[in-house]
Each structure stands twice: as structure tokens, then as C-alpha cells.
Design a protein around this ligand. Structure first.
Ligand code: DNO
Length: 394
């Protein structure tokens, strides 16, 4: 596996020199300053590579940008609405421009409205570390009391609504503010920090869209971009929905084994692959992560390793460390190494892998402007645990 670390660019409080101390050798990053939908110019990509190289030279390190995560997909593409054709053309040009700078792996996702979603960014663990958490009742509270949506009984049971009401009564204004921040843009890589009205407007544009409609829009998108990826030898990896369940009454379509089967069959090419994110996939109770890996292993173009601990309601979870969660990482890593061994016979390169989120530990907790989930020390511990397993089972 190519040990990689996500870096949010020159403004990331976690610097490249910090990343080097984690023993990572590769950088996963994106041009986050470019608004969704706009084309990335060759020069802007080159500039970022030069930035990394300059850092390498002055600190005598050798980090290499191996994966673009992500080129975000504009909501108009997901809706196939308005200027979507122009946006798809920009997307294709961006793929080609990235490849011309010799980066050949790109991660993307197709989650409607918001990218990954959590309801709490500082869930206290017994160790006093802080983790990210997704609580289903908090999502109902968000819809009921922050968005003030009216049709909740269509998708939630009476009991769930009553439980959410009960919890809401015990929340103070700070709790509500934190919930609002967490869901509407407190996480890095989210498109916009939505206002309540902006969020509701987006919800309206998805109104009436069925699972099958969004799936078809994704298939059309895939059919348009993959020939460009093939021509430029770029491996695309679609990231699963995080969490892989419908949210706010809008379908999510990259959640299950069946979803991936549909997606990978929409265009049969190694370029049309997946980002295997263990933590995201495992947070749907019906998903068997080992089975999913085995079924699609040849099409895994990028790996995120993160663990979770599911909660009693079977819909909520918090992010655990790699060694204590629901996914058996020794078992999973053995499977990944076996697949890499198979690929090595075809002289294919190792699969890029990054430890996904980390807890907020020790001095991480004193940092003001860090990206939630992307702490230095927490992720360093994550990568260390993973490297230990890899070394032991190899
Ligand atoms: C969360 C991440 C996501 C992911 C994108 C992929 O930490 O895994 O932001 O990068 O959804 O496109």
C-alpha cells in the first residue's frame, strides 16, 4: 500500500513537515480553493506540485502527490439540470489536466447536497480523546427543529419522532448551534457552509427525485467521463456515501454492494473503480465490508482505512480507533495485501491508502483552526496502528 496522508493545501494547519513525521510517503490533496464545477487549469495543478517540491527541497523530504481527492461533482450534474453539460465538460478537462501533471488517481463522490455528515465533532471517548459521531436522532432533530421540515412522519416512525422530541427538550442553545454547524458545513471538503434557507432550497431541487433517477444521472455522468479517464490512464474511484443511508428524505445511491455493482457495470473499465472506504461502508448495518472488498477488489483504485463502532439503534455510530472498532482490520488488511500480491504479478503499482479520520488527541485539542477529523496526532496514531498491522501480517 502507498502510505498516504490527506493534506488540505498551504492553509492546512497540519504542515507537510508534520505529515513527514507520520512516516507517510504520499500526499492526497485537492485544489480546494477552486469553486465546485470550475475547470482546473494545468498551471494551477503545476503550482501545487511545485509548492510540494519546494517544501521537499528545503526540508530534505520526499513527499509525492499521488491522489486527487476530490474533484467535487456539482449538484447540477447530480440533478442533470441547468448548465450540467458545461460542468461535465469542465470535469473532463480537469481529468485531462491532472493527468498531464502525472497524477493518475482521482477520488470523487455523488452524495446529494452535502458530502460526509456527522452530528457531533467532539464526542468524548473513555480515553478522553475526541471522536466524530453520527447520531440518527440528532438528524431527526436537525430536520424537525432547525430546518423545520413538515413531512417527517413519511420517513420516521412515531417512536423515533417522540424520542427525538424528548432529546431536543434536554438540549441547550449551544448543543443546537453545534448540531447546526456539524451538519451544515462544519466538516472539511464540504461544498458550502449552507444557511438554513440555502439548505432548504437545495432540498427543494431534489424533491421528487427517486433513487433510480439519481442513479441514472450518475450512470450518464460515468459514461461521459470514463473515456477521458481511459485516454489519460486515470483511475477514478467513487467514494461511498458517508453514512451510506438516505438523509433528509433524499436518496443516496453509492451505499451498498448492489449500488456498486450497478456503478461498476455502467462502464466496464479498470478506470471506473471504487474508493474502498472501510468506515463509510461499515456504518450501514447491512453491509459486509469483507464481501464488498472481495467482490470488487480488482476495481479498488484507492483505499480509506477507518473504523467505527455502531450504536444500539443500528443507525448511529462513532469513529473508533483502528484496533477497537467493528471492522477487523487484521482480516481486512490481509485481504488487501493478497490483492496487491495478485496485482504485483501484473506489475501494477501498490494501491494508494490513507488513514481516514483521526481522533483529536493531546495537543490536537488545543488547536483552534484544524479541519475536523483531520488532526495531526490522531491520524498519526491511526497510520501507526495500520503500519503495525501491515508489517506484522505481510
Ligand atoms: C471524509 C472524506 C470525504 C471524501 C469525499 C470523497 O473525510 O472521506 O470528504 O473525501 O467524500 O469524494
Amino acid at each position: 500500500m502507498q502510505n498516504s496522508f490527506r493534506w488540505y493545501g498551504p492553509n492546512d494547519p497540519v504542515k507537510l513537515t508534520d505529515i513527514r513525521q507520520s512516516n507517510a510517503e504520499y500526499i492526497v490533496t485537492s485544489l480546494h480553493q477552486i469553486p465546485y464545477g470550475e475547470k482546473w487549469n494545468k498551471n494551477d495543478i503545476k503550482k501545487r506540485i511545485n509548492y510540494i517540491n519546494k517544501y521537499n527541497d528545503s526540508y530534505k523530504i520526499n513527499l509525492k502527490w499521488n491522489v486527487v481527492e476530490s474533484i467535487p461533482v456539482h449538484n447540477n450534474i447530480k440533478l442533470r439540470d441547468k448548465n450540467f453539460k458545461k460542468l461535465i465538460n469542465n470535469y473532463k478537462d480537469t481529468i485531462a489536466n491532472i493527468a498531464s501533471n502525472k497524477i493518475y488517481t482521482i477520488c470523487y463522490n455523488f452524495m446529494p447536497i452535502v458530502d460526509w455528515t456527522r452530528t457531533q465533532l467532539d464526542f468524548k471517548l473513555p480515553t478522553d480523546g475526541l471522536a466524530l459521531r453520527f447520531n440518527y436522532l440528532q438528524i431527526i432533530i436537525f430536520e424537525m427543529y432547525i430546518l423545520k421540515l413538515k413531512d417527517l412522519e413519511k420517513r420516521y416512525t412515531k417512536k423515533q419522532i417522540q424520542n427525538a422530541e424528548k432529546i431536543f427538550r434536554s438540549m441547550n442553545s449551544n448543543d443546537i448551534k453545534n448540531l447546526k454547524i456539524a451538519v451544515m458545513g462544519g466538516l472539511p471538503a464540504s461544498e458550502t457552509k449552507y444557511s438554513v434557507n440555502g439548505f432548504k432550497k437545495m432540498l427543494k431541487s431534489y424533491k421528487g427525485m427517486k433513487n433510480k433517477d439519481i442513479k441514472e444521472n450518475l450512470r450518464e455522468f460515468i459514461k461521459e467521463i470514463m473515456p477521458v479517464a481511459e485516454e489519460n490512464k486515470v483511475k477514478m474511484g467513487i467514494h461511498p456515501d458517508d453514512p451510506p443511508i438516505p438523509l433528509f428524505g433524499v436518496p443516496r445511491i453509492v451505499s451498498t454492494m448492489e449500488d456498486y455493482e450497478y456503478i461498476l457495470n455502467s462502464y466496464n473499465s479498470p478506470c471506473n473503480g471504487m474508493t474502498f472506504c472501510a468506515g463509510s461502508l461499515a456504518s450501514n448495518f447491512n453491509n459486509d465490508v469483507y464481501k464488498i472488498f472481495n467482490k470488487f477488489k480488482k476495481r479498488v483504485n484507492f483505499i480509506h482505512l477507518r473504523n467505527i463502532k455502531k450504536e444500539k439503534d443500528k443507525k448511529s455510530f462513532y469513529e473508533s480507533n483502528h484496533l477497537n472498532g467493528d471492522v477487523d482490520f487484521v482480516k481486512l488488511i490481509k485481504m488487501i495485501l493478497k490483492e496487491e500480491k495478485r496485482r504485483s504479478k501484473e506489475k501494477k503499482i501498490d494501491i494508494p491508502m490513507r488513514p481516514d479520520h483521526g481522533h483529536s488527541l493531546l495537543d490536537d485539542q488545543n488547536k483552534k483552526n484544524f479541519n475536523a477529523g483531520y488532526t495531526a496526532i490522531g491520524r498519526l496514531m491511526g497510520l501507526s496502528e495500520l503500519r503495525g498491522i501491515i508489517k506484522a501480517v505481510k
